[in-house]
Design a protein around this ligand. Structure first.
Ligand SMILES: [Zn+2]
Length: 202
């Protein structure tokens, strides 16, 4: 997949939308197939902030099904559309709302009091429902939370003109999805442009 890996570490809803990425000469889809999705999920699982996904059985995260892939790709389209509207201050379209709600409803979160190995009560939280829909349900919750959060209006597009990635700036001066990739590419391009125009003048 070239030099670019999936950008993770934004709110999970943005990480999902950001599984489509672009460099000036190349497009990426980190949910292109099951192997790609497994890789993306393994990147997400390493992030403590994204514990939400671990409420899906871990074995399931390691071996997503084709139904998962289709459900997650479908959800990604609706999430991208709803987040784009929210950034403009527009309410979500009915079809996007319905898709996000359907995904959550397909595998709702179930809280259950169970006994641990030593017999002590422990609260277990897990998604209930068909195996092929649990990952999409966990992701749909994060999409719903972001859309219901007023900070969604501050979501920004990376400033590199070729880049389509979104981020939620923790700092108002943040300009790039990843300064090491986009910030650097833009700096290098400007440097070459200045050199070209200087040698053109001489
Ligand atoms: Zn970027």
């Amino acid at each position: 997949m070239g030099e670019l890996g999936p950008l993770v570490g934004e709110p999970l809803a943005l990480d999902l939308v950001n599984t489509r990425a672009r460099l000036p000469d190349q497009e990426f889809d980190f949910l292109a197939d099951l192997a790609a999705m497994r890789h993306w999920l393994s990147c997400e699982q390493d992030l403590p902030a994204h514990g939400r996904l671990t409420t899906v059985a871990e074995s399931h995260l390691r071996s997503p099904t084709r139904a998962d892939l289709e459900a997650v790709r479908d959800l990604r389209d609706h999430a991208a559309s709803a987040i784009a509207r929210a950034r403009r201050g527009d309410p979500p379209a009915t079809r996007d709302l319905r898709a996000i709600n359907d995904a959550m409803r397909a595998a709702p979160l179930r809280r259950e009091l169970v006994r641990d190995g030593e017999g002590r009560p422990r609260l277990s939280v897990a998604h209930d429902g068909p195996r092929g829909t649990r990952i999409a349900a966990a992701l749909a919750e994060s999409v719903a939370e972001l859309l219901a959060d007023e900070r969604v209006e501050t979501v920004r597009n990376c400033e590199a003109d070729f880049c389509i990635l979104l981020f939620l700036p923790a700092h108002p001066r943040r300009r790039w999805c990843n300064p090491a990739i986009c910030g650097n590419r833009v700096r290098v391009a400007r440097f070459h442009e200045r050199r070209r125009s200087r040698s053109g003048q001489s």
